[in-house]
Structure formats: structure tokens, C-alpha cells
Design a protein around this ligand. Structure first.
Ligand code: NAI
Length: 332
């Protein structure tokens, strides 16, 4: 049986992969993959990693020295891999889509919570405080949602927003005109999208072009009542600029499932620690900010799909195939 070393695993990974695995000897490690832990892969021809593992050149060298040929990403994004360095050294396969619904629905959950202040009323009523002062929201119906990135998740999110009766503006360097015509929305420049949207939701990957797509300048273009929602990758937003915009009341709210410095914090119980990230601490403390811990993907359906596709990626590799539909390509 081929051995696969799984890094950064949680109980839900163990459950879903154990349920679907028949062919592999899986070693589940809780540690993240980094230069200090990469040696755990010794003897494993395949390694399975997740969003906050750091697959840099040092890690790639250690994996290769230990006999690893295949890197299985049990996620869609791969911005945490030094792709250039990995070329010719590792075959990298991913799960391009597991449930666009999971992520898009979570984005809408953040909007609804922030707008109708459900996080506040939940705490109030648990303390028998039935006052509704300060909980006023607005109708989403008739408002404008600006969607950056109209791939699989962005498209589902557009359909959800349309269900709420919202107008749609979208930006994407590879626009899907057929989908836009069918759903009746237009592609606009990112500048126009920032200036005219009431809700801005990020559904593009993290690339050199999208890093800090939300920055001091774009935040200054936004409406005062705008919400910014990020369920994609933390580094799409300059968090310090976001914090300034929120403090100066230049935008209304932020819903963040990802954060640029999330690696040491997200997915961990840090409730007993002093968090030494001031930006994160201040964001967490704000009534108009909701942070979830990179959980947008976390549905039963998505976990099953991640396990099945990851294992079938491994099957393809170990059956001797050399062409893979789910191969990560460096040019993206
Ligand atoms: P996708 O590849 O189907 O769509 C991404 C879209 O973004 C494409 O249409 C692409 O042309 C567009 N894009 C690229 N550069 C852009 C730019 N500069 N401006 C605007 N659009 C741009 O990807 P999918 O499946 O929709 O996922 C989107 C992102 O969601 C992933 O890259 C990942 O970072 C994130 N994600 C987050 C999860 C979570 O749990 N929070 C789970 C899964 C994905």
C-alpha cells in the first residue's frame, strides 16, 4: 500500500478520508507542513496538504529527498506553493471544485449576519435582553452586489444575490458573457464596481494581480454604506487599510472568512492566549466586523467531495497516468 502523509489534519479530515479511503496507508499529522515538519513525510510517495501549509522551496527539497513525488492539495487554492520551484520536482494535483455552494452560501451568511446584526441579537436574547435598539439593517432587495471573480463560486453567489432581488456588477479579466447575458448583469471595471456597490464580495484567486486588490485606494472609492466580504484569500485585502477605513467610518462593515496573517491563528483554539496581532485583535473587537475561521468550505457535501477527488487524484497518479485534469499549472 502506498503511504500518504497528511498535514494540518483535523478530526473532520480524519472522518471523511477514513470513510472513503480503501487503497492507501494514510498517516494523519496535526502539524502544518513547513521546513520543520516536512521530514515526517519520509517514505511517503505522496503528501497531502491544505491552505495554510507553507510549501516553499525548502519544503519541496525535503519532500524530494524523502522520496515524495506527488503533492495532493485537498483544496482549490494553491497560492501557498512555490510553483516555479516545484516544477519538474513534484506533480501537484488539487480539488478544483468541491462545493461552490458551500463558499457562496457562507458569503451570504456573513452579509445577513452583519446587516441584520444577528450576532448581537443572539447574545442579547441569551441574556434575556429583548431590546432591538441599534439592530436596524436594510433591505438587500434593490441594492447592488459587486462580485470580483465570476468563476464557480462567484457564479453561485450571483444567483444567490439575484434570489434576494439584488442588482449585480461584476469584474473578471476572463468575463463569462454568456452567463452574464443569461442572468442579466454587466461586467464593469473594478473601479466602477468599488464605487457603485453596496456589497462587495471577493471570489477571485490570490495571484500577483489580485494581491491587495482591496487597498487604501479602493477602500476610498467605496460607498460609506458598503460591506466588504472576503471568503477567498486573506491577502486580497490590505488588512491595515481595511482597519483604517472601518475606524474612520469610510465603509460600513466587513465579513471575513480569511485573513492575511491567518496561518498561526485560524483552525486553532487560541482562546487561552494573548493574540499578538494587533490588527486582528482590533478587527475582532469591532461590532461591524464578523470573522470566521476559514470555514466557508465546511459542509458535509464539500468534505465528502474533497476526500473523494483527492483520493481519485492519488489513484490516477499511482496508476501511472501522466496527464491529469486536476493538475496545478504554474501559469495561473
Ligand atoms: P474559479 O477558478 O472557478 O474562479 C475564479 C475566477 O476569478 C475566474 O473566473 C478568474 O478569471 C477570476 N479572476 C482571476 N483574476 C482576477 C482578477 N484580477 N479580478 C477579478 N477576477 C479574477 O475559482 P472558484 O472555485 O470560484 O474559487 C475562487 C476562490 O475562492 C479560490 O481561488 C479560493 O481562493 C477561494 N476559496 C475559498 C474557500 C474557503 O473555504 N474560504 C474554499 C474554496 C475556495
Amino acid at each position: 500500500m502506498e503511504k500518504i502523509a497528511f498535514f494540518d489534519t483535523k478530526p473532520y479530515d480524519y472522518e471523511s478520508f477514513t470513510k472513503y479511503n480503501k487503497n492507501y496507508d494514510i498517516r494523519f499529522f496535526e502539524d502544518k507542513l513547513n521546513p520543520g515538519t516536512a521530514a515526517l513525510s519520509k517514505g511517503c510517495r505522496a503528501v497531502c496538504a491544505f491552505v495554510n501549509d507553507d510549501i516553499n522551496s525548502e519544503v519541496i527539497d525535503i519532500l524530494r529527498e524523502n522520496g515524495t513525488e506527488l503533492l495532493l492539495m485537498r483544496c482549490a487554492g494553491y497560492n501557498n506553493i512555490d510553483l516555479k520551484y516545484a516544477e519538474g520536482k513534484l506533480t501537484i494535483l488539487r480539488v478544483p471544485a468541491y462545493s461552490p455552494y458551500a463558499v457562496a452560501e457562507h458569503a451570504m451568511a456573513l452579509i445577513l449576519l452583519l446587516n441584520r446584526k444577528v450576532h448581537k441579537s443572539y447574545i442579547r436574547t441569551r441574556d434575556y435582553n429583548f431590546s432591538i435598539n441599534g439592530l436596524t439593517g436594510f433591505d438587500l432587495h434593490g441594492k447592488t452586489a459587486g462580485i470580483i471573480g465570476t468563476g464557480k463560486i462567484g457564479q453561485v453567489f450571483i444567483d444567490i444575490c439575484k434570489g434576494f432581488g439584488m442588482n449585480i456588477l461584476a469584474s473578471d479579466p476572463y468575463p463569462n458573457h454568456e452567463f452574464a447575458a443569461d442572468r442579466g448583469f454587466e461586467y464593469v471595471s473594478t473601479d466602477k464596481l468599488f464605487a457603485e456597490s453596496d456589497i462587495i464580495s471577493l471570489h477571485c484567486p490570490l495571484t500577483k494581480d489580485t494581491r491587495y486588490i482591496v487597498n487604501e485606494d479602493s477602500l476610498r472609492r467605496m460607498k460609506k454604506n458598503a460591506f466588504i466580504i472576503n471568503t477567498s484569500r486573506g491577502k486580497l485585502i490590505d488588512s491595515e487599510a481595511l482597519l483604517r477605513a472601518l475606524r474612520e467610518k469610510r465603509i460600513a462593515a466587513a465579513g471575513l472568512d480569511v485573513y492575511e496573517e491567518e496561518t498561526d491563528v485560524f483552525y486553532e483554539d487560541r482562546s487561552g492566549d494573548i493574540i499578538d496581532d494587533e490588527v486582528l485583535s482590533l478587527l475582532v473587537s469591532m461590532p461591524n466586523v464578523i470573522i470566521t475561521s476559514h470555514q466557508a468550505f465546511l459542509t458535509e457535501e464539500a468534505l465528502s467531495s474533497i476526500a473523494q477527488v483527492t483520493l481519485s487524484n492519488a489513484d490516477e497518479f499511482f496508476s501511472g497516468k501522466t496527464e491529469f485534469a486536476n493538475k496545478v499549472r504554474a501559469e495561473y
